[in-house]
Write a protein that binds this ligand. Structure first.
Ligand code: UDP
Ligand code: MN
Length: 263
């Protein structure tokens, strides 16, 4: 028996989007029993993503929802975000993918309710990370919530849960170590059936940056419940790589670029 992995990936239009999604989809082609839930941050589904999904031969669900940004929303800088949150006591846009992941969770609950078999694992997968096939083998062992190290994130070579006697005893994190779960989105997976037991579980914009992971995990687990995977959290099977923003020469002169239509 191989539990289904529901991979939830928000994505948005940018120069490297097709490159990132191509690499990710071609990783996923090697994963058995995988259902890819891709949510575009857009008012309409794009041809680029629709075609890429169709051609991938993956089992997928294509959704879209546009992030509702306030007029200050383009400010992505963490410190400015924090500053505004505390100063005005309001929820400014900080995190990416909140509405998209929540839409995917709503879809998942509806889908599982109609399914005979609600077993599976939910993994939140950003579109520019690097995933070893081994991380998927690990997450199929999850009973409630499984955790493992993530490479190149939070100012560290590896951010990871600390394990003693087969239990998570703490976390080795440098960035905001006071987070309830100082762990990246790529570093855990949750039993899918639990989302039916906790239908209220979702991400929130009302938390400061870096707290999305803690926000969703709080519904399902305490530190003591976490199941350390990847050889007691000694192996790195996923990396928080980030694609550099490309700079294109003379973008304004290229009004009618001679490039394939969906780039
Ligand atoms: N994302 C999105 N809308 C945005 C920015 C990001 O849907 O406006 C998606 C992005 O495609 C990725 C996830 O949200 O799958 C996390 O974003 P990103 O990789 O930029 O975050 P970071 O690497 O900085 O943590
Ligand atoms: Mn990223």
């Amino acid at each position: 028996y191989l539990p289904v992995i529901y991979g939830i990936t928000p994505t948005y239009s940018r120069l490297a989007q097709k490159a990132d999604l191509t690499r990710l989809s071609q990783t996923l082609m090697h994963v058995k029993n995988f259902h890819w839930v891709v949510i575009e941050d857009s008012t309409e589904k794009t041809k680029l993503v629709a075609n890429l999904l169709k051609e991938s031969n993956l089992k997928y669900t294509h959704l879209n929802i546009k992030t509702h940004r306030t007029k200050h929303s383009t400010v992505m800088d963490i410190n400015i975000c924090l500053f505004k949150t505390s100063l005005y006591n309001t929820s400014w846009y900080c995190a990416s993918g909140v509405e998209q992941r929540n839409l995917a969770l709503d879809w998942l609950k509806g889908y599982l309710q109609k399914s005979e078999d609600t077993r599976g694992v939910v993994y939140f997968m950003d579109d520019d990370n690097t995933y070893s096939l081994k991380v998927f083998d690990e997450m199929r062992k999850v009973k409630k919530v499984g955790v493992w190290p993530v490479g190149i994130v939070g100012g560290m070579r590896v951010e990871m849960p600390l394990v003693s006697d087969g239990k998570v005893s703490g976390f080795n994190a440098w960035w905001k170590p006071f987070r309830p779960f100082p762990i990246d989105m790529a570093g855990f997976a949750i039993n899918a059936t639990l989302f039916l037991e906790h239908p209220e579980a979702k991400f929130s914009r009302k938390v400061q940056s870096g707290f999305q992971e803690s926000e969703i995990l709080k519904y399902f687990a305490t530190k003591e419940d976490l199941e350390p995977l990847a050889d007691n959290c000694t192996k790195v099977y996923v990396w928080h790589t980030r694609t550099q923003k490309p700079s294109i020469l003379n973008p304004k002169k290229l009004k009618r670029p001679i490039i394939p239509d969906d780039h």
